[in-house]
Design a protein around this ligand. Structure first.
Ligand code: ATP
Ligand code: MG
Length: 339
């Protein structure tokens, strides 16, 4: 018999298993903002797993919840419900002191506004050394670390310049160096290229890739930059506060030995079994409200509730109005499928 105890036990094993090996786990994250009596659901049960050492881009329309997600992950904001873990840190259950410790040691952050990332009256090298001084690192080590990071990001020549004497792209690369000063395991960047032109954005995104490859830092970058998928292996799209699709890039070696990159787009099936059908699929087959699902040998097909009337076949008769039985051949060619 199912008792409250067995249900509790089951719930615990389920959540322990989800993302047990991942560095970052977001499990059914909800964040509701209340302002002037209006409720905004910025995150609506978002699931996301990021492995140690990954470089992941997050894309999505304005207002889809990207910054909210990054604020939660960087310890600035607390979600309304769900579960969120980064490494050993349970972000729902941290004391204020632990939160400070988490932000100092585990994560680094780069903001969109270049001016927000750097202290205007300190040079680039002093900006990088600043968080190390707060952490009690000796001056020689601070200088060495600053030089090493500025070199890695290709802005060693800016070491003695103040932010006002650098371009936006140079400032953002110095900002990445600052965020990495205390060797965090994860680097979060919210639209670091938002104020930059295409060529400069490219340098900043390459800087993030270099950091990921050379230092092994896990990087999560939010961006509007359509060119981002050239720089990352995985792009996660957020729609209406949920992860909706992912583009994964893989190196593929053909039979003749030539290597090329294959980008594949996947829909994301969430923990509750929900999947978002792209708008163009829904419109093409007038899928709305009720749909029929059919389990096939290797896939699931989704059918409209009513048969569609095509002009060439004439108006629907009583017979046509009956719901068609999905046949295997048709389902594979005509209908939207879940891969
Ligand atoms: N402090 C807040 N109070 C009330 N509503 C908020 C707050 N912060 C964000 N929101 C709302 O939550 C939703 C998600 O906002 P968020 O900033 O996460 O979007 P975003 O994807 O980062 O958008 P953008 O691409 O424009 O930066 C929006 O509808 C926004 O208006
Ligand atoms: Mg934002």
């Amino acid at each position: 018999m199912t008792t409250l105890d067995t249900l509790e036990e089951r719930a615990q094993t389920r959540s322990a298993a989800f993302g047990a090996d991942a560095l970052i786990v977001c499990d059914s994250l909800v964040r509701i903002y209340q302002s002037e009596g209006i409720e905004v659901q910025a995150l609506q049960g978002l699931d996301l797993l990021v492995d140690d050492g990954e470089l992941v881009a997050i894309v999505g329309a304005s207002g889809s919840g990207k910054s909210t997600l990054l604020s939660v992950l960087s310890g600035l904001d607390v979600p309304t419900a769900g579960r969120v873990r980064v490494g050993p840190w349970d972000l729902m259950a941290m004391t204020p002191a632990q939160r400070v410790q988490y932000r100092r040691t585990m994560v680094g952050f780069v903001w969109q506004q270049t001016a927000r990332n750097l202290v205007p009256y300190l040079t680039a090298a002093e900006n990088v050394a600043f968080p190390l001084a707060l952490a009690g690192t000796g001056s020689r080590e601070r200088a060495a670390r600053a030089a090493e990071l500025l070199e890695l990001l290709g802005v060693a020549y800016c070491a003695e310049r103040r932010p006002g004497q650098m371009s936006g792209g140079e400032q953002q690369r110095v900002a990445i160096a600052v965020a990495l000063a205390c060797s965090p395991r994860v680097l979060f960047a919210d639209e670091p290229t938002g104020e930059l032109d295409t060529a400069t954005s490219h340098d900043v995104l390459e800087g993030l890739r270099m950091v990921n490859r050379e230092l092994g830092t896990t990087v999560v970058v939010v961006t509007h930059d359509p060119g981002v998928s050239e720089h990352v292996e995985r792009t996660v799209a957020i729609r209406d506060g949920r992860t909706s699709s992912e583009v994964v890039r893989r190196r593929h070696t053909a039979d003749d030995g030539t290597e090329h990159v294959v980008a594949e787009e996947f829909a994301v099936l969430d923990r509750a079994g929900r999947v978002q059908l792209p708008q163009e699929y829904r419109e093409a087959l007038e899928l709305a409200g009720r749909v029929r699902l059919a389990l096939e040998d290797s896939h699931v097909s989704v059918w409209p509730d009513k048969p569609r009337v095509t002009p060439s076949r004439g108006p629907a008769t009583g017979r046509h109005a009956a719901v068609p039985e999905p046949s295997r051949g048709e389902a594979a060619s005509d209908q939207e499928e879940q891969r």
